[in-house]
Design a protein around this ligand. Structure first.
Ligand SMILES: Nc1nc2c(ncn2[C@@H]2O[C@H](COP(=O)(O)OP(=O)(O)O)[C@@H](O)[C@H]2O)c(=O)[nH]1
Ligand SMILES: [Mg+2]
Length: 312
């Protein structure tokens, strides 16, 4: 059996290998993904995003356990925002999730940000598909919500939970850039801290003002992840969102949009690769550079010329 077949047969070792192949861009990755693709589209993919230290890992751990109590299997992909050197962060997550790792119905994987973040969003999406094909009912993607690239990672999710914490001072300022738009559900974690009411009121106000959400007004839930408080209610709300996605047709729209973007990204990559190969093989590129630099040719015509040759 090849790796994909082993994944489909339920081998956790193969599951791990498949994600490694995707992560390191092994030649085998494309074949694995091709074979697994028909088996994807079943899992509920849940993005968890928010500032570092907001309690995302703690909350994911508790959410995962809640789903396990419902008999559902759970995959977790934790994007390590720092670097491959941050053994501390990974270790911290591992220790916290240690009892989950003993559970056969759970699979946890940390993915580093080696290479470009852009590449990471594609690799994350592929890892999600692998866990989905493996048969996980729920797949969590934990990522730090800071830049556009991290917002892109969250696009792999059907339901995105934005985790906020009271008392950070610039509560709302810290989230204005895109976070309100990407959140389907807001969790005010560390609700045992001061400033919960203030943050709750401010969030509600911002969400009411946000015209983009017309038929789903993102609910705001309070949690104390470290004490497992509010988690059952959050799971319920996540379920309501998935229900809404399915009954309103929004799930189809979202997933179709995702498929479209994935296809465009792959095309982009493939064309780029073909062009690079052509340039290397033709050996004429340096010559063209000189001609452009000498004003014998203009760059626009040269690009058209190259594309014409590649797509011939
Ligand atoms: N007081 C309090 N601390 C929490 C809560 N949730 C998590 N923490 C703590 O906050 C710290 C950061 O949590 P972590 O889950 O690693 O945050 P992440 O960086 O967002 O993944 C840890 O020490 C947790 O124990 C909470 O609800 N209340
Ligand atoms: Mg974390």
């Amino acid at each position: 059996m090849n790796i994909a077949e082993q994944v489909l047969a339920g081998s956790r070792r193969a599951l791990s290998k498949a994600i490694t192949a995707v992560e390191n861009e092994y030649d085998t990755a494309v074949d694995i993904m091709k074979a697994l693709y028909p088996h994807t589209g079943r899992a509920h993919v849940i993005g968890i995003t928010g500032a570092p230290g907001a309690g995302k890992s703690t909350l994911t751990d508790k959410l995962a356990k809640a789903y396990r109590r419902q008999g559902k299997t759970v995959g977790i992909i934790a994007i390590d925002p720092t670097s491959p050197f941050s053994g501390g962060a990974i270790l911290g997550d591992r220790i916290r999730m240690v009892d989950l790792t003993m559970d056969e119905g759970v699979f946890i994987r940390s993915m580093g940000t080696r290479g470009s973040l852009g590449g990471l969003s594609r690799k994350t999406a592929e890892a999600v598909k692998i866990l989905d094909a493996f048969g996980m009912d729920v797949v969590f993607v934990e990522t730090v919500g800071v830049g556009q690239s991290e917002v892109d990672i969250v696009k792999a999710a059907d339901t995105t939970i934005v985790v906020m914490v009271p008392g950070l001072g610039d509560d709302i300022q810290a989230i204005k850039a895109g976070i309100l738009e990407i959140g389907d559900v807001f969790a005010i974690n560390k609700a045992d801290r001061e400033g919960v009411d203030k943050l709750h009121v401010e969030l509600d106000m911002m969400l009411d003002l946000n015209q983009e959400h017309t038929d789903w007004r993102p609910p705001v839930k309070r949690t104390v992840a470290s004490r497992d408080e509010g988690v059952t209610e959050l799971v319920e709300t996540i379920g309501e969102h998935f229900e809404y996605l399915q009954t309103s047709g929004a799930l189809t729209v979202r997933r179709r949009e995702r498929t479209k973007n994935e296809l465009l990204d792959l095309l982009d990559e493939e064309i780029g690769r073909k062009v690079m190969r052509h340039l290397q093989e033709s050996g004429n590129f340096d010559n063209l550079v000189i001609q452009v630099e000498q004003r014998e040719k203009d760059p626009y015509s040269v690009v058209r010329e190259i594309l014409h040759q590649v797509l011939r």
